[in-house]
Structure formats: structure tokens, C-alpha cells
Design a protein around this ligand. Structure first.
Ligand SMILES: Cc1cc2nc3c(=O)[nH]c(=O)nc-3n(C[C@H](O)[C@H](O)[C@H](O)COP(=O)(O)O)c2cc1C
Length: 382
């Protein structure tokens, strides 16, 4: 099969960039601070276009169906991620546009067609972030039981195999699987990208990591905070697991950004929005669900994470002056991180600041090539 994949996810920038969670109210920050993301379509479009024009590689919505209570009712307003991707695809020309799909909530025949549709709208820039299920309260709205943890990944595996097959099959086929059966299964048009759109997964349990290594092009890792030895080992293990299967997998992380002229000012603002204006009720609700529903976090590390969940949904802190942040990015790159999906309190204002003040330093450090607006977008190249 001829390789026609042009997604910027596979370009040679050492530190690739994306914007994450801007399809949700409050994005990734659990705070009542002024300027927190109210989430309108106009703002989504403006942010996507700004990041796209600056050469960001990825735009990623999270898959979220309801909020977490508290004063913010964090993530209560969310745009659905496939229809979001269709709209964002039409408004952009360079970045890869993701959808985050819960395998049990969308049938693979529908997902294959919807993904292919976004791939055509975007000119070959669709990618799929497949999640197996995390929050029971979301499944309750669909009247669905969450499967036992590892079974979620067995289900996701059959789901994804079927989507991939629908994206490539030259003839209709019958299927008698454990979870899916059907006659004369078929999907046209195929995605523009060959061999297929990129797949991301954020599994972090043993079953999740095994799934990711076997099926994903990118693992979305939750690193332990500032524990370089174990972070490095975690990334190396994930890449080795994929390599042992004859595959290669990128490692991406979520970074929450607080960039100010000085480190002191950045830390002061972080303190303000997390400690003075953080929504403790929403974050307690969220961590309760985590503790019960996912084996990812030990109770002992819960407390350390509480701060980071308010600050940036458990992401990695990028806090300081532009120079501090670029230095931090260098360390992350050295540890094996290939890309970061960023979030801010005030996405529009602070993403602009990132583009104006951090990107030039990243380019000077050789982390990224300067982005030429006329660089062939996937749409034109395919
Ligand atoms: C940065 C990040 C973003 C995630 N986004 C979502 C999401 O949008 N929707 C969802 O249901 N799960 C999401 N997850 C949860 C993961 O898919 C996964 O279930 C979680 O990391 C626990 O791993 P496990 O399923 O292997 O136990 C996310 C995880 C991480 C680390």
C-alpha cells in the first residue's frame, strides 16, 4: 500500500505541539479564576485557527459528557468530539484534528464512517484518540455498565481492529467476533490517509499500555510529577513494548502552561488560581471517580496529584518565564517525550503569548523548525 500519510504528527520537529481540551468549559483547569475558559464555538474556532497558523501539529478535544459539580461544574459544557472535529477541520489547514472516542459509546461501523468523513473534510488530517472508558457517571447516562477493567481493552481491541479493517477492506466482509458480529460489513469512502489515520491512546494500566503498544501510534502518558528517573523509565518501557512488536510509538504528554515574564510571577499566578481560586469540590469529585474507577493512581500519590488536578487536570507543569519553559521542554525531549498537548487558564490570550514568546525560543533551541505558512498542508499534498 502506498504511504501517503502527511499528517504533521510525523514531521521532524523534536518537540511537537498541540492544544488540548478546549472543547470543554474550564478546559483543564479546575479554577474559578478570572478568564477561565467559558467555551464558545467562536472561541474554539479562533483558538484552532491561531494554533493552526502557528504550525501546531495537533488539536485535541477530550471525550467528556458531563461536569463534575463544585462551583465551576468543571467540564459541564462540552462539544461532542466528532462533530467538533468536523467543524474544526473545515476551519484549519495544517494541524491534525483529533476526535476522542469512547469505544463502547460509538459503534465501530459508525465511527469508521465518521472518521473517514472528517478525514475528507480536513484533506487527510484526522486522527483518533481511542479511550476505553474511565468515568462511570458518563456510562450511566447511556444505561451502560462499564466492563471489568481489562475487558474494556479487549473490547477496544476488537473495536479498533474492525475500524481499521473497514478503513482498508476492498470487499465487504462478514464478522463473527466476541463483541461484534455483522454481515457484509463495508465503509466508503475510505480515509484519504494511507495506511490510515493516526491512533492515540492514553491507557496507563498494564492492559492499557499493552493495548497502546500494539495498536496506537501515540501513547498519551500521564507522567509522575517531576520524577525524572521514573518518567524516563516509563517512556522507555512504552517505546520498547511497541518496538518489541515491530512498531514505533510516539510519547505525548499533557502540559499545563503558566508563562509569565519571570518565574516568580508565574508561580504567584499558579498559586492564585490553584490555591486561592481552585475548586476543591469539583476536584474531590473527580479524584473520587478516579480512585474508584481506575487503578492508575495509588492513594498515596493522590494528595500530590490534587494540586496538579486543579492546576491542569493532572498534566505536567510548565511554569516559569519563556526561557524556563524551553529548558523544561528540552529535558522532556531528552527523556523521550515527542509532543505536548498544552492547556492554559485563558487559552486565547495565553496561547497567543506562547506563539509570540515561547515558540521563537523553541526554534532557536532547535526544538522546532520555523513554520512557513505556505508549507504544504495535508489537504494540498494529498
Ligand atoms: C491526558 C489524558 C487524557 C485523557 N482523556 C480522556 C478522555 O477524554 N476521556 C476518557 O474517557 N478518558 C480519558 N483519559 C483516560 C485514559 O483513556 C485512561 O482510561 C486512563 O489514563 C486510565 O488508564 P487505564 O484505562 O489503562 O486504567 C485520559 C487520560 C489521560 C492521561
Amino acid at each position: 500500500m502506498t504511504e501517503t500519510r502527511r499528517s504533521p504528527l510525523f514531521n521532524d520537529n523534536r518537540v511537537k505541539l498541540g492544544v488540548m481540551a478546549f472543547n470543554c468549559s474550564h478546559g483543564s483547569t479546575v479554577t474559578t479564576a478570572d478568564g477561565a475558559w467559558p467555551m464558545t464555538w467562536e472561541d474554539n474556532r479562533a483558538l484552532a485557527r491561531m494554533a493552526d497558523a502557528a504550525g501546531f501539529e495537533a488539536l485535541l478535544p477530550v471525550g467528556r459528557w458531563k461536569g463534575y459539580g463544585g462551583e465551576t461544574n468543571f467540564n459541564n459544557r462540552t462539544f461532542e468530539s466528532l462533530t467538533w472535529a468536523a467543524g474544526i477541520a473545515a476551519e484549519t489547514s495544517h494541524a491534525t484534528v483529533f476526535s476522542t472516542i469512547h469505544a463502547p459509546l460509538v459503534h465501530p461501523v459508525a465511527a469508521a464512517k465518521m472518521g473517514a468523513t472528517v478525514d475528507h473534510i480536513s484533506g487527510g488530517r484526522f486522527a483518533l484518540n481511542l479511550v476505553a472508558g474511565w468515568f462511570k457517571n458518563e456510562f450511566d447516562m447511556f444505561g451502560l455498565e462499564m466492563r471489568a477493567h481489562d475487558d474494556r481493552y479487549a473490547y477496544a481491541e476488537e473495536w479498533l481492529s474492525l475500524v481499521k479493517r473497514l478503513w482498508s477492506a476492498a470487499e465487504p466482509f462478514d464478522l463473527d467476533g466476541r463483541f461484534f458480529s455483522g454481515r457484509a460489513l463495508w465503509s466508503e469512502p475510505k480515509p484519504l490517509q494511507r495506511p490510515r489515520p493516526a491512533i492515540m491512546n492514553a491507557g496507563s494500566s498494564p492492559a492499557g499500555q499493552a493495548f497502546s503498544a500494539a495498536h496506537a501510534d501515540m501513547n498519551f502518558v500521564m507522567l509522575r510529577q517531576k520524577d525524572e528517573g521514573s518518567d524516563r523509565a516509563q517512556i522507555a518501557r512504552l517505546k520498547t513494548m511497541a518496538a518489541d512488536l515491530g512498531r514505533s510509538s510516539q510519547c505525548w504528554i499533557h502540559g499545563y502552561v503558566v508563562c509569565r515574564p519571570t518565574r516568580r510571577e508565574a508561580e504567584d499566578y499558579l498559586h492564585h488560581y490553584v490555591v486561592e481560586r481552585g475548586d476543591d469540590v469539583a476536584v474531590a469529585n473527580m479524584l473520587d471517580i478516579f480512585g474508584v474507577q481506575s487503578g492508575t493512581l495509588e492513594p498515596a500519590v493522590m494528595d500530590a496529584f490534587r494540586f496538579h488536578f486543579k492546576a491542569g487536570h493532572g498534566g505536567y507543569p510548565l511554569v516559569g518565564a519563556p526561557e524556563d519553559i524551553v529548558e523544561e521542554l528540552e529535558q522532556l525531549s531528552d527523556m523521550g517525550v515527542d509532543g505536548l498537548l498544552l492547556s492554559w487558564v485563558d487559552y486565547l490570550g495565553e496561547c497567543r503569548q506562547w506563539i509570540e514568546e515561547v515558540m521563537p525560543l523553541m526554534e532557536a533551541a532547535g526544538q522546532r523548525r520555523p513554520f512557513a505558512a505556505e508549507e504544504p498542508a495535508a489537504a494540498k499534498a494529498l
